[in-house]
Ligand binder design. Structure first.
Ligand code: ZN
Length: 313
């Protein structure tokens, strides 16, 4: 384990919140979570060093499973900059509502098995994935999706520029989020869009369940974002937040209810754990109150680049 300062504001004044465990894979260990007194970011401290975190990914880690690509018709570049449809029909995430933009370039950070990139490739995007897990990169390449092994900053992207960047649930897994987002800003074409999501540490379930909320995903997630810390992270690294969306995650709510039922035996959690409609309703209500389990930010490259203060934050 290594000690760290706040990955968002570099302060070293944090208050302990709780000591959690791995509720997803049951890897042994105790993982302290703290909250920065200066900026309010919740983060692991001490934490697993980034070059050892691969030991905490189980063989069945969901994001790295290969999925068959679906083919879609190709689009053509019709607008100068990408636009994200504001209408959220069918619960589709923002990264699946980017208007068709054939030939434009998309970089997916933490690309996992590549099913999303295969889908975007089918829509005419020129795609590239980056992931630190060899298994994920192999899976992408096997399905015809170009991918690089490594992290940003770190991988050599040459002089390439991108119109769209996506960090689908990978924001929280970045050990140095400021450095990553500032580096992405350097690779941004004019008017580029960045879409990033993370579980909401200020959500209703996170508050109710405490250490047992599965959204902490300890120790794999280094930082745990609330709406204000996610906004601050983006706006201090060269991105202008256009909006935050709140996504319902009924499966996460179900897992939370099961863990709470086991730990407390309380009737409310037992009921929620055994009735899908109840956790689904719970998720919908939380999203309506902006207390959902997941936050998704849609941001655009700001005209001014932001300086990065130190190498590791
Ligand atoms: Zn801080």
């Amino acid at each position: 384990m290594e000690a760290t300062v706040c990955p968002l504001c570099a302060a070293d004044e944090a208050e302990p919140l709780f000591v959690g465990r791995d509720v997803l894979f049951d890897f042994p260990g105790e993982f302290p979570v703290m909250r920065c007194r200066r900026c309010g970011l919740t983060y692991n401290n001490p934490r697993v060093p980034p070059d050892e975190i691969h030991r905490f990914y189980g063989a069945d880690y969901h994001a790295h499973d290969a999925m068959s690509p679906t083919s879609r018709r190709c689009g053509t570049a019709e607008t100068a900059v990408p636009q994200v449809d504001r209408r959220r029909r069918g619960g589709r995430a923002a990264w699946d509502r980017v208007e068709r933009f054939g030939g434009a370039r998309l970089l997916d950070v933490g690309c996992g098995g590549g099913s999303y990139l295969a889908r975007m490739q089918g829509r005419g995007w020129d795609v590239l994935g980056v992931d630190p897990m060899p298994r994920a990169v192999e899976s992408c390449r096997a399905s015809g999706v170009p991918a690089m092994l490594g992290t940003v900053p770190g991988v050599d992207l040459g002089g390439r520029r991108f119109e769209l960047f996506t960090l689908r649930a990978s924001l929280a897994n970045l050990p140095a989020p400021r450095a990553t987002l500032a580096a992405l800003r350097e690779y941004a074409a004019p008017g580029a869009v960045l879409i990033a999501s993370a579980f909401n540490s200020d959500g209703w379930l996170a508050r109710r369940c405490g250490p047992l909320w599965p959204g902490w995903d300890l120790p794999r997630q280094y930082c745990h974002y609330a709406p204000h810390t996610m906004r601050r992270l983006l706006e201090t690294t060269g991105w202008r937040v256009e909006r935050l969306e709140f996504r319902r995650r009924p499966n996460l709510a179900r897992r939370a209810a099961r863990l709470m039922a086991e730990a407390t035996g309380r009737r409310m959690w037992r009921l929620a754990a055994s009735r899908r409609w109840l956790t689904s309703l719970m998720s919908t209500c939380c999203a309506g109150m902006q207390r959902a389990d997941e936050i998704c930010a849609v941001a655009r490259a700001a005209a001014e680049r932001a300086p990065v203060r130190t190498a590791n934050v």
